[in-house]
Write a protein that binds this ligand. Structure first.
Ligand SMILES: C[S@@+](CC[C@H](N)C(=O)[O-])C[C@H]1O[C@@H](n2cnc3c(N)ncnc32)[C@H](O)[C@@H]1O
Length: 276
């Protein structure tokens, strides 16, 4: 082949080197994800098409995407999508990018009895609420969110996925009747250093929870003390917050409290159940 002709393999090698140079440790994966996104196929296709010529238009558009990633913008914002359980969610800087460890909260929701009324507080993109509704259509699922901007995206996700979840604006719980509460609220300590891809791009109100990281979770637990009808609650936490949040739930009247770990073995979810 003419030495001036650039193939997809050449483009991938160039992008990988460029991303590695700025300290991105998933450089090859990211280079492939961006190319697959541009071409509308999956990463496996790139292996089959390694010798395909990269035309000028593709190269220009690829350069622009790789430059964004080199500036540490998360892949999910560049491609405007993120997988979560069985769903592909639309995401953009209005919402936190749903994380794999948050799928644990959905798993707790799957244990609920048939027809339970469940609310996802701080729903963001709608990830927890929508995944739960998709896997358990019998549940009545609500998503509450402080940010109107995030709520608009959650509603967009529900419409495109054709999932019936009621989304409303609310500062923590509204006055609806719920049997169970699931929540991944902000829990990072103010000022804690975060990777540039998180700190510079994801919404601060989705991340930071005050001087001890527990301001929002504490407020939700205080609300739950006055909601005897809520029989079960599951809260995502930071790895060092298990004991504190277990204490909040005990104080709110949940007689059985359990801390579950994620795949990395870190405390990740605190579950409270009323014993009556
Ligand atoms: C860590 S993000 C989680 C988003 C989504 N649940 C997920 O797991 O991907 C926390 C979300 O809680 C929302 N939030 C923060 N404070 C809130 C409050 N007082 N009431 C309702 N939502 C709140 C933020 O706007 C943000 O969307």
């Amino acid at each position: 082949m003419d030495a001036t002709v650039r193939t997809l393999a050449d483009e991938l090698a160039w992008a990988t080197a460029s991303l590695a140079e700025v300290g991105i440790d998933t450089a090859r994966l990211d280079a492939e994800l961006l190319m697959a996104h541009l071409r509308g196929g999956d990463r496996a296709r790139l292996i089959l098409d390694a010798d395909v010529r990269a035309d000028g238009d593709l190269r220009t558009r690829y350069l622009a995407l790789v430059a964004r990633r080199a500036g540490h913008e998360p892949i999910a914002y560049i491609t405007a999508k993120q997988g979560f359980r069985h769903l592909e969610l639309a995401v953009d800087p209005r919402v936190l990018i749903p994380r794999p460890e948050t799928e644990l909260l959905v798993e707790v929701g799957l244990e609920l009895p048939a027809g339970a009324r469940v609310v996802d507080v701080g729903t963001g993109s709608g990830a927890i609420a929508l995944a739960l509704k998709q896997e358990r259509p019998d549940l009545a699922v609500t998503g509450l969110e402080l940010s109107e901007a995030a709520l608009a995206l959650a509603r967009h996700n529900a419409a495109r996925l054709r999932l019936e979840v009621a989304f409303s604006a609310s500062d923590l719980l509204d006055d609806g009747d719920y049997d169970a509460v699931l929540a991944n609220l902000p829990y990072i300590t103010d000022g804690e250093p975060l990777p540039p891809s998180v700190a510079a791009f994801e919404p601060a109100r989705a991340l930071y929870g005050g001087p001890d990281g527990l301001r929002v979770i504490r407020a939700l637990c205080a609300q739950l003390a006055d909601r005897p009808g809520v029989g079960a609650v599951a809260l995502e936490i930071g790895a060092t917050q298990g004991e504190a949040v277990a204490g909040f739930l005990t104080a709110a009247g949940f007689g059985a409290v359990e801390v579950r770990t994620d795949l990395a073995g870190l405390d990740r979810v605190v579950i409270g159940r009323r014993t009556r």
